[in-house]
Design a protein. Structure first.
Length: 189
C-alpha cells in the first residue's frame, strides 16, 4: 500500500490518498501536485520527497504551474554529487562541515550535510570488502605454496577480478614478492 500525504506547515494532514500497492513513488507525485493546485489554492508550497520520488520529470512538472509558487526539497544522488564536484559547483571539503549551503550557477540551492552514521556504515562495508579480499589473498598464497606449477600471474588476475567485483579496485594495491601476493591500501585516496 502506498499513501500520498499532504500536510500544512504545522504537519497537520490536509489530504491522504491511498494508491495501489505497486505504484512507484514518482507516479504518486503528479496527482498530489495537481490536488494542491486545484483544491488548496494560493501561497507558496514546498514538496518534500526522497531522491526516488522527486526527480527531473517531477521537478519539470512543478514549473508547469505558472500561477503557483511551488518549491521542492529532495536528496540528490551520488552521480549528481560527483557531477557537481567535477564542474566545481561544490567542493569535497564542504562535507567536512556539519552543514553547508551552496547557491549553484543554475539557481538551485544545495544544502550539504555530512551524515556520520552513513559514513561509519560505508567505512564498515569498505573494511568488510577489504577483509574478504584479504582472505582470498591468504587462500591463494597457500595454494601457490602447495602447488609449485600454479602461476603467480593467474592468482593475481583472479584477485584483480575479485577486487573489481567488490568495487574496491581503485583503492587496493596488489603486489608480489617471490611467490607471495601482498594486499595493501592506497592511503593517498
Amino acid at each position: 500500500m502506498v499513501i500520498g500525504l499532504l500536510c500544512d506547515d504545522q504537519g497537520t494532514a490536509l489530504s491522504i490518498e491511498v494508491f495501489q500497492g505497486n505504484t512507484a513513488d514518482p507516479q504518486t507525485f503528479g496527482p498530489q501536485v495537481t490536488k494542491v493546485a486545484q483544491r488548496f489554492g494560493g501561497g507558496a508550497v514546498t514538496f518534500v520527497g526522497d531522491r526516488g520520488m522527486i526527480k527531473g520529470p517531477q521537478i519539470e512538472a512543478l514549473s508547469t504551474y505558472k500561477d503557483h509558487e511551488f518549491h521542492y526539497i529532495t536528496a540528490i544522488t551520488k552521480p549528481q554529487i560527483e557531477t557537481l564536484l567535477q564542474v566545481g559547483e561544490i567542493q569535497l571539503e564542504l562535507f567536512d562541515q556539519v552543514l553547508a549551503e551552496v547557491q549553484a550557477s543554475d539557481g538551485i540551492r544545495y544544502v550539504l550535510r555530512r551524515n556520520p552514521v552513513r559514513a561509519a556504515e560505508m567505512q564498515r562495508v569498505r573494511e568488510d570488502k577489504y577483509r574478504t579480499l584479504g582472505q582470498q589473498v591468504e587462500e591463494l598464497n597457500r595454494y601457490l605454496q602447495e602447488h609449485p606449477r600454479a602461476t603467480l600471474t593467474a592468482a593475481r588476475r583472479q584477485l584483480e577480478a575479485k577486487s573489481q567485483r567488490l568495487k574496491i579496485h581503485e583503492w587496493v594495491i596488489l603486489t608480489a614478492h617471490e611467490r607471495t601476493l601482498i594486499l595493501s591500501k592506497n592511503t593517498l585516496l
